[in-house]
Write a protein that binds this ligand. Sequence first.
Ligand code: SF4
Ligand code: SF4
Length: 473
Amino acid sequence: MLYDPKSHKAEEFINHEEVLASLDYAEKNKHNVELIDQIIAKAKLRKGLSHREAAVLLDCDIEEKNQEIYALAEQIKKDFYGNRIVFFAPLYLSNYCVNGCVYCPYHLKNKHIPRKKLSQDEIRREVIALQDMGHKRLAIECGEHPVENPIEYILESIKTIYSIKHKNGAIRRVNVNIAATTVENYRKLKDAGIGTYILFQETYHKESYEILHPSGPKHDYCYHTEAMDRAMEGGIDDVGLGVLFGLERYRYEFSALLMHAEHLEAAFGVGPHTISVPRIRAADDIDPSTFKNGIDDDQFAKIVACIRVAVPYTGMIVSTRESQKTRERVLHLGISQISGASKTSVGGYADNTPEAEESAQFDVNDRRTLDEVARWLMEMGYIPSFCTACYREGRTGDRFMALCKSQQILNCCHPNALMTLKEYLMDYATPETRAIGEKLIAQEIEKVPSEKIREIAKRHLQEIENGQRDFRF
Ligand code: SF4
Ligand code: SF4
């Protein structure tokens, strides 16, 4: 197999020999200051890096150069995303699953975990609970089960979620994280109005992948790895990548993940919309210490920083798998989206009992309420954003990327963040959070560069104060 980023064959665009050659190149050059300086200079142009270049930065262990990489990651983050952090919440629909993934408690052989699939009424209750917290953007999660969770169930659930308007609440963007499927099903998801289609690769290392996925349809490495190509073919142009760090050597995953991003760019002209960086966590019958490739907090931070400089225009997501402390560290280095107050069990938002938590996919590390997380962000100078404007304005795929790469997106994101934050403060925040938020909005609105947009945004903020909702640029 030859490496070909344009190929639609998994083993050609994630070519094992090319990954190994990149790791070898990085190992040989990790002390090559001249080359590292050249790569950092290239990254400063904010047009991204190749997987080989980024691999050298990841391997570099020269403290001074690493500090330059961290500073650059932070600067790129500020340039592309400002001080906004977009919120989302996962919504687990069903934990029935026919796969055998050894790192997930929903695997078929787990006979004691409670199995649950939400009815449309139960989804309604979950969505109301999520709306009552202030969430506007969800990622639905579902095990793979052709009988319990067919595509029709997913489509009906999406329709239900979008239809619920409780008080001033609304879910304005539903991202979908379901198993690899057919072009036809991706087309149906597109038609249902989904935002991003998210599918974690788990590991790009084929041999390990097959061992970690011993049974079920997910065992097929190529079908899984080529899923984003089929999603694109089905018309979904915002896709989210991710690996589960801890399953394989992180250097391998890092290079392959960037090769996947390069492939999407080469084959479809659109890179990934987001990259997630989950690390393996404890769960029902899962002990993370049995996985020998776990990464520590320093390696994790370095990965985030290197992804940030390699793909500056791709959003980066960190979930409540990570602690407050870790989240705080990586927010500086490139994370643009976080989840808050997440429940990783089926039905866990409406049912707060410990029994409901028994069906959780993994243990949550950050258990704060959304109000606490929003306040914490603002105290650090970030703007919590509930914005969903791009998808609703049709700014997806290459249209989104073109705006993002030219940094034009900044003209929308900032006022949108402030207007959606204002809605949150009016409808859901505690008085203390609201006071901090109002002060922040008053300061930040003056930073909108265009006078025209600033004036319109100010007017909308007043209209939100008077009870109107849902403004966007
Ligand atoms: S990771 Fe997904 S496919 Fe695998 S067992 Fe868990 S729910 Fe099923
Ligand atoms: S304007 Fe678009 S890119 Fe900016 S925060 Fe909103 S949805 Fe995201």
